[in-house]
Design a protein around this ligand. Structure first.
Ligand code: NAP
Length: 271
């Protein structure tokens, strides 16, 4: 694609509404050219026209259903082939409400394809493209539900736990390469995701539900600050650091030659 300014292009998945549409706006305002992907071509075209007019950036629209392997492969190929792509925002996602036993196998498969497989494949494509260049940024939109299994959305939460873990693990593996990763963990945010998954926005506690513009502005401030994990609602970042510190206490003891004494298992091999 033709570049307007020097930042390169940002590929934003799920840009047709909600968090992704605001990312598209904010990144265009920063001077990124855009590649917008989602299923709803009409909405993407409208957004693209507005952003070209308002911000003078180049915008390409790619209609893609990210539950479809061929469409995911087209985006992977785009990331691999277009050296202008400097930022990938894996934002497209859906929720699956209701109890685990009420979720159908088909809905579970679709959710995992969208929230896990597509995010993994596009993160992989971006990492492969960016590491040899020594630069590039990957933003994965996860969720606080991924650290809160008590919230009662087993499959959705598990997909988001995956996204957060993937982001942390790839950031660890590529540390020092010049490539940046960030996982954004929104809490409840006023977007269409609620209606799409059968919940009414009006039923949410307004005191615990964030405006989508504020959410994205905070996420970008977190990115600018170099955060790997951004939880826009969290007042004190020391709370997250404490969570990580508690996890670090476990690490020296999570793999030994013999089970812990309390299991009463007789050692068969010497330690
Ligand atoms: N809103 C919240 O409370 C909240 C909280 C935590 C995390 N999140 C995460 O934020 C991300 C964005 O969600 P949102 O809240 O902005 O919801 P949203 O307004 O419903 O937006 C979801 C976006 O994903 C796209 N999408 C859905 N299914 C797709 C598919 N099969 N293929 C390609 N694109 C698809 C939608 O576009 P099309 O329909 O045009 O395809 C839309 O652009 C998601 O990953 C979500 O899990 C949201």
């Amino acid at each position: 694609m033709t570049q307007s300014k020097s930042l390169g292009a940002a590929l934003v998945t799920g840009a047709s509404s909600g968090i992704g549409a605001v990312y598209a706006d904010r990144l265009a305002a920063r001077g990124y050219d855009l590649i917008l992907a989602a299923r709803d071509q009409g909405r993407l075209d409208n957004l693209a026209a507005n952003l070209r007019t308002e911000h003078g950036v180049a915008v390409e629209v790619i209609r893609a259903d990210l539950t479809d392997a061929a469409d995911v492969a087209r985006l992977e190929a785009k990331i691999a082939a277009d050296p202008a792509v400097a930022l990938v925002v894996n934002n497209a996602g859906a929720a699956l409400m209701g109890g685990f036993i009420d979720n159908t196998p088909e809905k579970i498969d679709d959710l995992i394809a969208l929230n896990v497989t597509a995010v993994t494949r596009l993160t992989h494509a971006a990492t492969r493209a960016f590491v040899p260049r020594g630069r590039g940024t990957i933003v994965n939109v996860s969720s606080v539900v991924g650290i809160a299994h008590e919230y009662g959305a087993a499959v959705y939460g598990a997909t988001k736990a995956f996204v957060t873990y993937l982001t942390q693990a790839v950031a660890h593996e590529t540390a020092g390469s010049g490539v940046r990763l960030q996982a954004v963990l929104p809490g409840a945010t006023r977007t269409e995701i609620w209606e799409r998954s059968g919940r009414k926005l009006e039923d949410l506690d307004p005191a615990r539900t964030m405006d989508v513009d504020e959410l994205v502005d905070a996420a970008l401030a977190g990115l600018d600050a170099g955060e790997l994990i951004t939880i826009p609602s969290l007042p004190d970042p020391a709370d997250w650091a404490g969570y990580q510190a508690a996890r670090a206490v476990l690490l020296p003891n999570i793999s030994h030659a013999h089970p812990a004494e309390r299991y009463g298992v007789r050692a068969l091999t010497p330690a």
